[in-house]
Structure formats: C-alpha cells, structure tokens
Design a binder for this molecule. Structure first.
Ligand SMILES: Cc1cc2nc3c(=O)[nH]c(=O)nc-3n(C[C@H](O)[C@H](O)[C@H](O)COP(=O)(O)OP(=O)(O)OC[C@H]3O[C@@H](n4cnc5c(N)ncnc54)[C@H](O)[C@@H]3O)c2cc1C
Length: 430
C-alpha cells in the first residue's frame, strides 16, 4: 500500500470509527480504567495482545498516555509525587515498588513517594505490558450527542465516532481566577498568569525580579522553589493560615474508615460538605512548609498568611498590589512586583463542561455545587455515560481526583462495563 492509499484508508477508518467503549482523555484516570478493564476481561486482553481492535478507543489531543500529567510535573519541576508508591495506574499495588528495586533512592520518605522519573518509567512499562502503546487516538472530542443506542462523538477535525458507552476522564482544567485578577486589564500576559500557564523550564532567569505567588497549596511551594532557583525574591500569599498535611486528604478516605460513613450519607449536600472538610483547601507537605519557612528566615521568601489581594494595577514595568491584611498592607503597597502567579487551583462545574451541554438537555441531572449526582457505577442517570476523576467525588469521596480515586472509580465502573445485567442498554464487552 503506498502512502496515499494508507492515508485514505486511515481517513476512512477514522470517519467510520465505531467502538463499544470510548474513553475521553488519556491521563492517569483513563489508564487506570483500561488496566483494570483488561485485568477483568480476558477476551479484551487477548484481542489486544493479538493485535486486534480491543473494543475500546481512547481519545486525547496529545495522542499519548499521561501527556498532561508529565507536562504539569515538568512545568513545575516537581521532584516526586505527593502520593505513596502503592498509588499508580497498574492493578497490582506493589508493582511500582517491585519496579523500583535498585532505584530505592527514588522513593521518598515517608511512604516511599515515587520520584517523578521513576513514576514516568514505571508508567511506560505499564503501558507496554498491557499492549497500550498505540491505543490513544490523537483527537480532541468537541461534541457528545446521545443517540437512541449510544453516542456520537465529534472530533476537533470534524470527524465523528460512534460508541455504545462513553467514559469521561478529562480531569478538570478550568482555572480558578480571583475576582481582583479578572478586573485587571492592559498588562503583558506573562506578568499575571495562573499556575497552569507557568512553565519554569521556559523561564531561564528571574534574577532581580520579585514574584508574588498567590495560594496556599503545594503548587505554590513548587513555583516558589522554581522562582528562587532562578534568582527571584518570592512573596507567598495565602488567604488562610498555611497548613501542612502529608496528603491531600487523610488516608482514612482511601478505605472503609471514613468511606463507610460517607457511603451511608444519603444527603448529597452533606456528602459535598464532607468532601470540603476532608480536603480543607490547599495544604503543603510538612517538608515543603519547613523549606519555605527556612527560606523565609533567610529573607528569600516573604510568607504572608491570612491575606488576600484586593487590587492590582500594572504600572508599565511593575505591579502595585493592595491587600486586605493591615499588618502587611503597607509592605505590599511599597513592593514593586514583577510577576504574579495564581496557584489558586481549578474549579468544577459539570453544567459548564463543554462536552455535556446536549447530554444535560436529554438527560437532566441533579447537581450539587458543580458536581453531578451519578449512580453507584458513576453513570449519568439514564444512559451509559460514566465519569471519572473529580466528577465522581460525590460517590468516590475526597480522593476522587487523585491516583487512588481512579482505582476506587474502577471498582464501580468496570463491573458495569463488563456485566450486561448492570448496563442500561444491556451492553457488555464481548
Ligand atoms: C501538579 C499536580 C501534581 C499532582 N500530584 C499528584 C500526586 O502526587 N498524587 C495523586 O494522587 N494526585 C496528584 N495530582 C492530582 C491528580 O492525580 C492529577 O491531576 C491527575 O493528572 C488527574 O488525572 P486525570 O486523568 O483525571 O486528568 P489529566 O491528567 O488532566 O488527564 C486528562 C486528559 O484528558 C484530556 N482531555 C481533556 N479534554 C479532552 C477532550 N475534550 N477530548 C479528548 N481528551 C481530552 C487532556 O488532554 C488530558 O490528557 C496532581 C495534580 C497536579 C495538578
């Protein structure tokens, strides 16, 4: 087949793409889903290893697994994960530790948190071991239309795909921007940006600059360290007192200790409150906060707690910033700040999810503070659409968005994908 024939057949294949299960997104959540699906479903496993179409199709604009994950770790120069070595996309919790034999110095105490390179290398072996290297279609899904049986997915290049079942594993990428920042105008975009848009490796030197970082979570600590390394002075501002926690949420939320009570709660609003209390906003790991306090004692970082920006004005070369904490108000007013980075997290609003507008019209759903009320299999009521990651928090609990949350989500989704008795349309993997 010459090149032209090949591209035509590929195009034809793409335009007529039909699959049983479409997975939107190829991050850690999606990879965890696929490994758990393959573990549970021998026939799919066999078909995949024999080089046949496995019955699922994964879509991601990058065309590869974990692109967004690697991008964010590189952009913030994160040395190791926050979560322990037993949290990863493979089915056997011990497989990362086994893989790390001989690389013990890349497991960080406490709890053997894997180094970034170690985790990357391990995930590559997972992808190869499950024969998933070529299973991500390079495409952004821009539309999702429910059909009488299944869904039509529209891809960014205008092509379409038909799927009987769909799993949304897109994460949540909508940056939270404080009101004062929305009101600022006329400034160079690199001088005020959300953490998502900061790429430390692209900033070779910040010598002599002052960077204001807003936020009290681990991202602000990573960015502070990166700015200091490049010669900047850092002002780190948090609206609450800085907190230290090893993990985002207490490990009791990984199992029955807390999840039993969470599952027993039938009031979704109370569940939402339990999630807020468990995560309790951003926090630093103890070692990150100790490091920041040391930098503060050396005069390289100015830590400002219980403090919020009220106004920022770009003055041509610098920012002038006002804040609401009287104790440091004058101090900030007299600083000439070169850059402001917003480590203010992301927000969840299922109603605003770009893929779900049409679906919500066909299948209305209860929403609690932006989160959908899914069924116990993380399925959108009335159709075979499943959601993972942060969107599943009302069922999975406070760690839904984390690596372990993916495993908890699989315990719910995989049975519904593999058993026809649990499927709305009586579909199951053949
Ligand atoms: C800096 C950082 C560090 C973290 N560290 C940890 C940690 O150590 N341990 C832990 O447990 N958790 C951690 N988390 C939380 C969480 O595990 C990660 O955010 C993780 O990447 C979430 O996985 P995901 O698959 O839901 O989302 P993502 O990794 O964001 O992947 C989603 C994918 O979906 C794709 N996508 C989005 N929209 C579409 C579309 N319309 N069509 C097709 N594809 C689409 C995106 O391109 C992306 O590749 C961290 C989060 C951040 C931001």
């Amino acid at each position: 087949m010459d090149n032209l024939d090949y591209s035509l057949s590929r195009k034809k294949h793409m335009t007529q793409l039909q699959t049983d299960i479409a997975v939107i997104g190829a991050g850690p959540q999606a990879l965890t889903l696929i490994t758990h699906l393959l573990q549970k479903h021998k026939r799919t496993r066999e078909r995949l290893s024999a080089g046949f179409s496995p019955g699922f199709q994964v879509f991601d604009p990058s065309g590869t697994w974990l692109a967004q994950w690697h991008r964010q770790f590189a952009a913030q120069e994160i040395p190791h994960l926050r979560s322990p070595a037993v949290h990863h996309p493979d089915c056997n919790p011990h497989s990362l530790r086994n893989f790390a034999s001989g690389r013990g110095d890349e497991l960080y105490d406490p709890y053997g948190r894997p180094g970034t390179e170690l985790f990357r290398d391990f995930c590559e072996t997972v992808i190869d071991r499950w024969h998933l290297r070529n299973q991500v279609t390079r495409a952004k899904v821009v539309g999702l239309l429910p059909l009488p049986r299944g869904f039509r997915l529209t891809l960014a290049d205008g092509q379409t795909a038909i799927a009987r079942r769909v799993v949304i594993a897109t994460g949540s990428a909508i940056a939270t921007i404080p009101d004062w920042a929305k009101q600022v105008s006329d400034y160079p975009p690199e001088r005020l940006c959300h953490a998502q848009a900061v790429s430390l490796p692209k900033l070779p030197s910040l010598l002599g600059e002052t960077v204001l970082i807003v936020g009290g979570g681990l991202t602000s600590a990573h960015l502070a360290v990166g700015a200091l390394k490049r010669g900047a002075r850092v002002l780190l501002m948090g609206r609450r007192t800085f907190k230290e926690k090893i993990f985002d949420a207490d490990p009791g939320w990984l199992g029955p200790k807390y999840l039993k009570g969470f599952d027993a709660e039938t009031d979704w609003k109370k569940r939402w409150q339990m999630i807020q209390q468990a995560r309790n906003g951003g926090s630093f790991t103890p070692e990150a906060l100790t490091r920041l306090r040391k930098f503060s004692a050396e005069g390289r970082v100015f830590l400002s707690e219980q403090c919020e920006v009220t106004r920022a004005v770009w003055q041509g070369k610098h920012w002038q910033v006002q804040c609401d904490n009287q104790a440091v108000h004058d101090c900030f007013a007299h600083q000439s700040i070169d850059r402001i980075w917003l480590a203010t997290g992301t927000k969840l609003d299922i109603v605003g999810h770009p893929l779900l507008k049409e679906l919500i019209e066909h299948y209305p759903i209860d929403v609690v503070h932006g989160l959908p009320v899914l069924d116990q299999h993380l399925r959108w009521p009335g159709c075979d659409l499943f959601l993972m990651g942060p969107w599943a928090a009302l069922q999975v609990g406070p760690v839904a968005r984390n690596l372990f949350g993916a495993k908890l989500a699989c315990d719910r989704i995989v049975p519904a994908l593999t058993k026809s008795s649990l499927s709305i349309s009586h579909a199951r993997l053949r």
